[in-house]
Write a protein that binds this ligand. Structure first.
Ligand code: PGA
Length: 253
C-alpha cells in the first residue's frame, strides 16, 4: 500500500571518505536491487560525496545528511545547510534525531525549522521522534510524540507533508540492545499516522522504526505491517551485516 520498504543506515560519527568507499566496495556487489525496497544511507557530511559517487546509477539507493542548519547559507561556523548537503550529493536528510535533541540541545522548534529548510532544498526529510525511558515509564509516550510532531508539522501544506517520512525511535532502544517489540512499535506508528493525517498529511504516512535493529530481529519487526522500514545505527556499519539486513525476507504488504 505504501510503496517500498526503506532500510535506512545512520552511520553517525563513523566512516570517513575512505571508510565509506571501502564499505560500498564490499556492499554494492553483495546487494542487487529489489523491486520491493530502497536502501538509504546517512554518512557523516564529509563522506557524502564519496557515498554519492559510489551509489551513482543505483536508483534504489540514496544518500543524505544526518543533520542540517535551517538557514541556506551564512555566518554559521561549523554548520552545513540542506542546500550545501544537496550540492554534496544528498537527496535526503535526517532531522530531529534523538542524539541531536539530547546531546546537542536541539529543540522541537529547531527541528521544525530544519524540516522546512530540507523541504525547501528539495530533499526528502526523515523526521525522528520518540520518548525517553522516563517518559515511557510515566505513560507519556504518545504525548511526547504528539508534541514533537505537532511543532514540526504545524502549518505545512499537504504537498509538503506528503514528502515527510517519519521514524519512531524510542530513546531507550537506541544503542542499548533493547529494541521495542513489534507490537510496541506498531502502536506508536498507528498514532503517528493518525497525527499526520490530522495535520492534513497523507492518510498513511511512511513510518520507519529505529532502535537496536539488527540481523537477528529485523524480520520479526518487519512482520508488523505498521512498520514501513527500519532506521539502523550500529548494525549498518559493517557491509556484510548490512547486506544481510537489507536482504531479509519480509512478508509482502
Ligand atoms: P542503533 O541506532 O541501531 O545503534 O540503536 C539507531 C539510530 O540511532 O538511528
Amino acid at each position: 500500500v505504501t510503496g517500498r520498504l526503506i532500510f535506512a543506515a545512520n552511520w553517525k560519527m563513523h566512516l570517513g571518505p575512505d571508510g565509506a568507499r571501502r564499505f560500498f566496495d564490499a556492499f554494492l556487489p553483495a546487494y542487487a536491487p529489489r523491486a520491493d525496497r530502497e536502501v538509504w544511507f546517512f554518512p557523516p557530511a564529509v563522506s557524502l560525496p564519496a557515498a554519492a559517487a559510489a551509489i551513482h546509477g543505483r536508483a534504489d539507493i540514496r544518500a543524505g545528511a544526518q543533520d542540517v542548519h535551517w538557514e541556506r547559507s551564512g555566518a554559521f561556523t561549523g554548520e552545513v545547510s540542506a542546500e550545501l548537503a544537496r550540492e554534496a550529493g544528498a537527496t535526503l536528510a535526517l532531522v530531529g534525531h534523538s542524539e541531536r535533541r539530547q546531546v546537542f540541545g536541539e529543540t522541537d522548534d529547531m527541528a521544525a525549522r530544519k524540516l522546512r529548510s530540507i523541504l525547501a532544498a528539495g530533499l526528502t526529510p526523515l523526521l525522528c521522534v520518540g520518548e525517553t525511558l522516563a517518559e515511557r515509564q510515566n505513560s507519556q509516550t504518545i504525548a511526547v510524540v504528539q508534541r514533537q510532531l505537532g511543532v514540526a508539522l504545524a502549518g505545512l501544506e499537504p504537498s509538503a507533508l506528503g514528502r515527510v517520512v517519519l521514524a519512531y525511535e524510542p530513546v531507550w532502544a537506541i544503542g542499548t540492545g533493547h529494541n521495542a517489540t513489534p507490537a510496541e512499535a506498531g502502536q506508536v506508528h498507528r498514532e503517528i499516522r493518525t497525527l499526520m493525517a490530522a495535520h492534513g498529511g497523507p492518510g498513511r504516512a511512511r513510518v520507519l522504526y529505529g532502535g537496536s535493529v539488527r540481523r537477528a530481529n529485523v524480520r520479526e519487526l518487519l512482520a508488523e505491517p505498521e512498520l514501513d522500514g527500519v532506521l539502523v545505527g550500529g548494525a549498518s556499519l559493517d557491509a556484510a551485516e548490512w547486506a544481510a539486513i537489507v536482504q531479509s525476507s519480509v512478508t509482502p504488504r
